[in-house]
Design a binder for this molecule. Structure first.
Ligand code: IPD
Ligand code: CA
Ligand code: CA
Length: 258
């Protein structure tokens, strides 16, 4: 089934590329939250093809089916993760599809069609990037760790969320090697899985941002928690912390009291 999923995502990647290199219609869902006609078109293509191939699975998808209540056997889709990058031609954007069976990780693909990088995983079968096995880093020292993060769109209207971002930077930046904000949560988590980043944290992500990345990271030997170090629930928790499994406690220590 992983091959079927990969082929469908690769096909959707062609449409993604067409949109990236050509004119597109852009609308604002919020002051910072963009959507293009390609977000909708890629999502529709994925839903049509995936529901034909995965019988008995329902869909949770950013642009059209964002009701979480049906979560059980679910295909969770972000058609373009990193739409701001997509619109501005920053080549860090991806299609993200995570499939859960009985509410448990099953299959995942995160595909960046612009750099032609395809991350994939099947539960208990490991994680791969373009067919090569990937593993998290072995870094144990926060001061030597490269950390990724994201800035929530709600920072416009919600002062508490903006304060979280600023306080987290104030606490973590001096204590790590550096912090990156590349603009695609799914790819950020995959880059932890690949050992490029040692950890990633962000608040206010949605399930479609992280559903696939979580499966890929776990299969690459990494860990996902909330900011208190408890098991992460992508539907309920405000903060996601994804790490190589070595620097978790050092990060929670900084994040837990913000
Ligand atoms: C966003 C990106 C971004 C993250 C935001 C997400 P979108 O997804 O993943 O990196 O910081 O939280 O909403 O809106 O481009 O699909
Ligand atoms: Ca997203
Ligand atoms: Ca999106």
């Amino acid at each position: 089934m992983l091959e079927i999923l990969k082929n469908i995502v690769l096909e959707a990647g062609e449409l993604f590329k067409e949109g990236y290199y050509n004119n597109k219609k852009i609308e604002f869902k919020g002051a910072k939250d963009l959507v293009t006609n390609y977000d909708v078109a890629v999502e529709n293509l994925l839903i049509e093809k995936l529901t034909q191939s995965f019988e008995g699975f329902d869909v949770i998808a950013e642009e059209s089916k964002n009701n979480y209540e049906t979560f059980y056997n679910s295909i969770i889709i972000d058609p373009i993760d990193g739409t701001t990058n997509f619109v501005n031609k920053v080549p860090h954007c991806a299609i993200s599809v995570g499939i859960y069976k009985n509410k448990k990780p099953y299959l995942a693909v995160v595909y960046n069609p612009i750099l032609d990088e395809l991350y994939s995983a099947q539960v208990d079968k490991g994680a791969y990037c373009n067919g090569k096995r990937i593993k998290v880093s072995q870094e144990e020292d926060l001061q030597l760790s490269l950390i990724a993060t994201g800035f929530p769109y709600t920072s416009v209207e919600n002062k508490e969320d903006l304060d979280f971002v600023l306080k987290a930077l104030e606490k973590i930046l001096p204590k790590c090697q550096d912090i990156r904000r590349l603009g695609s949560a799914s790819l950020d988590i995959c880059m932890v899985a690949k050992g490029v980043f040692d950890a990633y944290y962000e608040i206010n992500t949605n399930p479609w941002d992280v559903a696939a990345g979580i499966i890929i990271l776990k299969e690459a030997g990494g860990c996902i928690f909330n900011s208190l170090g408890e098991e992460y629930n992508m539907f309920e928790d405000k903060c996601i912390v994804a790490t190589n499994g070595k620097i978790d406690s050092l990060l929670y220590k900084e994040l837990k009291d913000i």
